[in-house]
Design a protein around this ligand. Structure first.
Ligand code: IPE
Ligand code: IPE
Ligand code: MG
Length: 261
């Protein structure tokens, strides 16, 4: 079921989208800076995560209004398991709370919920809640909201390589059958188009093991704004910035036959 989202909604006339003539189809976000946001206010880090959940709501709502069909949010990395247990537990509890509070809104707005990442490492209650939300929203077709949880780009690639090797071992495919396109079908994110735009908040200029395979030609937008402060206006600015980019994919302006040097 690849790329079947039709984001154009009948009520979209109500929102002014004249500024968004060339919207990205898939936006991915590294939501960073919750801890620093809290520390600046002499609050425990978990309060930063709570405030960050509000930003998630804002960005999901705006994406749906602006007819962006795919939104993928990096919520918890494979490496984040090494944080103090109390912080990890608080993040897991917030995640469950988020799903409970948002499931109805997702259904009302026809948003399909999905998760990529090593979900088997998640606590059972979170695992079950995710499955419930995925099942209940499976027929929604206006937008796909994907949370990257317990996610590692390298692990995703290794898992795909293992699955391919198994198919070779079973005699279904031979090693020469592998191509970049076929390899993509072994990834957890096989149903998502590659991101057009990747946003990272908090001033860090790195990828932190997010969607390594998928961002080969993604436009990158870095902002110093901490994730809990990331407003609808900040998001709009990121999309405006994206629209200014010239995406060459290796080409020049000329066609192969023009021969200009
Ligand atoms: C991002 O905020 C949220 C997660 C990684 C779960 P951080 O918790 O990384 O916040 P900083 O980077 O320490 O400010
Ligand atoms: C990346 O943020 C992961 C998420 C936003 C979930 P981190 O805060 O964990 O990344 P590093 O450690 O600064 O690279
Ligand atoms: Mg961080």
């Amino acid at each position: 079921m690849k790329h079947t989202i039709n984001a154009e909604s009948p009520d979209s006339e109500k929102v002014d989208l004249s500024w968004l003539s060339n919207p990205p189809r898939h936006v991915a976000v590294i939501m960073d800076g919750n801890g620093r946001w809290a520390t600046k206010r002499h609050l425990p880090r978990v309060m930063g995560h709570r405030a960050g959940a509000e930003s998630v709501r804002r960005v999901v709502t705006a994406s749906r209004q602006w007819n962006i069909p795919y939104l993928t949010l990096y919520a918890f990395s494979w490496e984040n398991w090494t944080r103090p247990r109390l912080e990890v537990n608080a993040l897991m509890a917030l995640l469950e709370e988020f799903i409970d509070q948002e499931i109805q809104t997702m259904l009302n707005n026809s948003i399909r919920f999905s998760v990529v990442g090593a979900r088997e490492r998640l606590p059972e209650s979170v695992f079950k809640k995710i499955r419930m939300a995925e099942d209940r929203t499976s027929a929604c077709d206006r937008m796909v909201l994907t949370l990257a949880l317990s996610y590692s780009g390298r692990e995703e690639i290794v898992k795909a390589a293992t699955a391919f090797a198994r198919d070779v071992q079973k005699g279904i495919l031979s090693p020469e059958d592998l191509s970049a396109e076929r390899f993509s079908d072994y990834l957890d994110s096989r149903d998502l188009p590659p991101p057009d735009l990747l946003i990272r908040t908090s001033g860090e200029v790195r990828v932190s093991n997010f969607l390594l395979w998928q961002i080969a030609y993604t436009e990158l937008h870095f902002t110093r704004t901490l994730w809990p402060d990331f407003s609808e206006e900040d998001y709009r600015r990121a999309l405006m910035d994206y629209q200014e980019r010239v995406r060459r994919f290796g080409r020049t302006g000329a066609t192969p036959d023009e021969g200009a040097i």
